[in-house]
Ligand binder design. Structure first.
Ligand code: BEZ
Length: 239
């Protein structure tokens, strides 16, 4: 019988703004000391329920085909499931040798895939959600910034494959906010107008409404400005 403390450990989830929990792991690309090994990089740490399952396979093919795109945005991908290293190796070999998905084939997964048979890491990251499964990780996605801080998290149930355009959009949006000191509105993509910080005083509110300065205000609290896609790409994307 699990103690209450043990049960709470299972469901504790790192929050936005928290330091990413540390761990040492065995992976398909060798040992990893997390997050220290990735200092200076963004990381997407994600879990999947199990090797040799179809939704996960479609996700791995998609993620691996986008690995370079994420790398150009200074972002390392790292996967995890409650499987052992030999299962991981066999599955990744099968994906490369046999599986085709949406025209993608011969896809080699080069990013690390963590073995977590003990569930120790999955529990630290709240990836085991007992209502969904006590033995398989849900599809969790943690965005961790270059200082090792959790910046965003998204959770999906076992049956739902992730949208990788959205993961990339979220990464670029957060990097844009950091570099340009702006926020990004609903469904934002590079090239769309960005939101400038709300007026913090009556004087600034008045100024926003009266002077233009390249700013467009719907009202004093809702002001946007242009931010060219090229300016973002120049700052964020490495060629
Ligand atoms: C899948 O990846 O296909 C899957 C894994 C666990 C439960 C349901 C689907």
């Amino acid at each position: 019988m699990e103690t209450l403390q043990e049960q709470e450990k299972v469901i504790s989830i790192p929050r936005i703004g928290d330091k990413a929990p540390e761990f040492l792991a065995v992976t398909t690309q060798g040992p990893v000391n997390f997050p220290a090994d990735y200092n200076g990089k963004w990381v997407i740490l994600f879990s999947h329920p199990a090797d040799f399952t179809p939704v996960c396979t479609s996700e791995f093919i998609t993620f691996a085909s986008l690995e370079n795109k994420f790398a150009k945005a200074n972002c390392q991908l790292i996967g995890l499931s409650i499987d052992g290293i030999y299962s991981h190796i066999a599955w990744l070999r099968t994906i490369k040798d046999k599986i085709k998905f949406k025209g993608m084939k011969n896809i080699e997964v080069k990013f690390p895939l963590i073995e977590d048979i003990s569930m120790e890491i999955a529990k630290k990251y709240g990836m085991i959600q007992p209502g969904e499964s006590k033995t398989q990780a849900v599809r969790a996605v943690f965005f961790i910034d270059p200082k090792g801080i959790v910046r965003a998290l998204i959770y999906y149930p076992l049956s739902l494959g992730r949208n990788f355009d959205e993961l990339y959009r979220a990464l670029i949006a957060m990097q844009t906010s950091d570099k340009f000191g702006v926020a990004t509105p609903a469904d934002w993509n590079p090239g769309d107008d960005v939101i400038i910080s709300p007026a913090g005083s009556c004087g600034v509110a008045e100024e926003r409404m009266t002077s233009k300065n390249g700013i467009t205000c719907e009202d004093w609290f809702f002001c946007t400005k242009k931010l060219e896609k090229d300016a973002i790409l120049k700052e964020i994307i490495q060629n």
